[in-house]
Design a protein around this ligand. Structure first.
Ligand SMILES: [Zn+2]
Length: 113
């Protein structure tokens, strides 16, 4: 159900921008999803097909760009992308880390006609 609300907000934003631009149709949406956002592409696509119906965004293509989780070592300050399930610092091997990226979910751009 999480994806339904985020998909709805993306549709709202896209429609507002398209309207401001005087577009007749939205053809493509470019989305950025962090690996830690907890959002599944297929679910967004599934809801998109339902809620986009009968709007100028109907049939628009969704393009997902995945961003890896980014961690920072508290010990040495090194910042690095998470590699699989390995999260300890590659420099000092400490396991005291904080998440500094990878939770984003945003609409980067839309294409209209
Ligand atoms: Zn470190």
């Amino acid at each position: 159900m999480h994806e339904l609300s985020v998909t709805q907000s993306i549709l709202d934003i896209a429609l507002r921008h398209a309207e401001n631009a005087g577009a007749r149709r939205i053809t493509r949406l470019n989305l950025v999803i962090g690996d830690l956002a907890g959002i599944i592409d297929e679910s967004v696509q599934f809801y998109w097909d339902i809620i986009g119906r009968d709007t100028i965004a109907e049939g628009a293509e969704l393009c997902f760009e995945r961003r890896p989780a980014v961690l920072r070592c508290v010990g040495c300050g090194h910042t690095y992308p998470m590699d699989g399930l390995e999260y300890s610092c590659p420099i000092c091997h400490a396991e005291h880390i904080v998440v500094v990226g990878g939770k984003e979910f945003q609409l980067e751009s839309i294409e209209v006609e």
